[in-house]
Design a protein around this ligand. Structure first.
Ligand code: PCA
Length: 198
């Protein structure tokens, strides 16, 4: 089995993005699949193109896209992505979008990762986790939608899921009210999640 794992570069003034760090750490721990890792730019459209290129280059059986969701308490699995970009925050190229139907296609596309089993597996591994019904309206949702649409349009037999990960402790030193989880625990949560694909 081949699994493509993606994370994102830092954004929003952060020095790191725990999604990318956790993906690198998780990749080293997985012995049940061949893994490819890609760090995506936090840019509308360019991120989708980079993810699709990685899908075509590696031809995975499954793709787990990951991104940072500062303020969340643990690794959460997104149920769906919507065809809307709507954030006052600019992407890393400064682009601000308030756009409905920015990628063509249906209003909403659903994760094809078995998210209930995935959350159960992470819980069994000893970590909290939950299904999220809000992937946001920024670049993470945009990439999730773009990859789901590509795989659906091309009728590819590829599972596509999205995991949002919390801050790591070093990111919350100056915002102690925000929750965090160690990189090790985030990576172990991702590994436990992917074991459902075995
Ligand atoms: N999180 C942002 C974009 C990149 C990332 O890691 C989001 O949730 O949209």
């Amino acid at each position: 089995m081949k699994i493509l794992l993606t994370g994102f570069e830092p954004f929003g003034g952060e020095e790191v993005n725990p999604s990318w760090q956790a993906v690198l750490k998780a990749a080293k721990k997985i012995d049940f699949a061949e893994i490819s890792t890609v760090c995506l730019p936090v840019e509308y459209y360019k991120s989708v193109d980079a993810a699709i290129k990685a899908v075509n280059d590696f031809c995975p059986d499954a793709v787990l896209l990951t991104g940072q969701a500062g303020g969340r308490t643990c690794v959460s699995f997104e149920n769906a992505a919507v065809n809307i970009a709507d954030s006052d925050t600019g992407d890393n190229a400064g682009k601000i979008l308030h756009t409905v139907n920015c990628q063509g296609g249906p209003d909403r596309l659903f994760s094809t990762l078995p998210i209930k089993e995935t959350v159960d597996a992470v819980n069994k591994g000893g970590f909290p986790s939950y299904i999220s019904h809000n992937a946001g309206r920024f670049v993470c949702n945009h990439v999730f939608y773009g990859v789901l649409k590509y795989v659906s349009d091309k009728k590819l037999d590829i599972i596509v899921g999205f995991a949002h990960v919390p801050f790591i402790p070093a990111q919350t030193v100056n915002k102690p009210e925000k929750p965090s989880m160690s990189l090790e625990n985030i990576a172990d949560s991702l590994v436990a999640a992917l074991e459902v694909l075995k």
